[in-house]
Design a protein around this ligand. Structure first.
Ligand code: ZN
Length: 287
């Protein structure tokens, strides 16, 4: 993106944002007077497997395929960080919104980019779409916090609200970092700590750990510059703070690292990230 610099504060928009890589991320959920939603989770494909058999069909003993997807009928909210129109709308995205723990944060940020200019918002949107497709193929209902990569926002608090109102079984925010530290590379997964509600406790921690474990077994290295063993306990991320559902945020890697940038810039590489994230979500839902 145009405003992205290489040096110290690559992500500052109008001079007011404190982003360093992509710190501001996920969602939030204050009190828009929306009465509806929090209860009913629609379940488009509640039946276990693709078998079109009606109500009670004992699984055909012939089935050579895998067991029924335990996760079918679950709801997953995918939250691709940032948005393509943010950079052109500084006033809108700098507007402070509730961030949890009594704090406020800018509505949203531009995100980071590779040194060659491939933006984080494009990466996160593409990966989220790939993750969503994989999950939908398993009968999981997928809700996205944004539908395209050309809009503005939504604000971090609104993103959290989307997860809450969908009564999501898991909320995963997808980002990429922009650390300038020499040699900084690897993924990390953030979760809310200390937790502000039950969902932010054991369920969110387990979601984060499952993402971490699956990223590792999929061949990705844990970050060598932030967090511990690929996990990062955070109290400053609006989306995580404001979530009332199990939630975690994946920083897939460091866009300023040449090797990781190359992977993120290629469609094959993005599919690798997406496959790992989708597998992690499925494993979490099934456990
Ligand atoms: Zn980000």
């Amino acid at each position: 993106m145009v405003a992205v610099r290489r040096a110290t504060a690559p992500l500052l928009l109008a001079g007011a944002l404190l982003l360093t890589g992509c710190s501001d991320d996920a969602p939030a959920a204050p009190p828009p007077p929306s009465p509806a939603a929090t209860t009913a989770s629609p379940a488009p494909t509640p039946s276990p497997s693709p078998s079109p058999s009606p109500t009670s069909s004992p699984s055909p003993s012939s089935s050579p395929v895998a067991p029924p997807p335990v996760a079918a009928g679950k709801v997953v909210v995918l939250d691709p960080g940032h948005n393509g129109g943010n950079g052109a709308h500084p006033a809108e995205i700098n507007r402070p919104v509730p961030a949890g723990r009594g704090q406020t944060k800018p509505c949203n940020t531009t995100g980071t980019a590779t040194n060659a200019g491939y933006p984080e918002h494009a990466f996160t949107f593409d990966v989220a779409q790939r993750v969503g497709k994989a999950l939908a193929d398993k009968g999981i209902r997928v809700v996205y916090t944004r539908q395209d990569d050309t809009g503005v926002g939504p604000c971090v608090d609104r993103r959290a609200t989307i997860g809450n109102e969908a009564n999501a079984d898991a909320v995963v925010s997808i980002h990429a970092d922009g650390s300038e530290a020499a040699g900084a590379n690897g993924f990390h997964v953030a979760y809310s700590s200390p937790p502000l509600n039950a969902a932010q406790g054991a369920p969110s921690t387990r979601l984060a750990q499952t993402l971490r474990d699956t990223m590792r077994t999929s061949g990705f290295s844990a970050a060598n510059y932030i967090g511990t063993n690929g996990l990062s306990a955070r109290a400053d991320l609006a989306g995580l703070n404001l979530s009332t559902r199990p939630a975690a945020l994946v920083e897939c890697g460091n866009m300023r690292n040449a090797t990781e940038a190359a992977r993120m810039t290629s469609a094959d590489g993005r599919q690798q990230f997406a496959s790992a994230i989708a597998a992690a979500i499925e494993a979490y839902l099934a456990s």
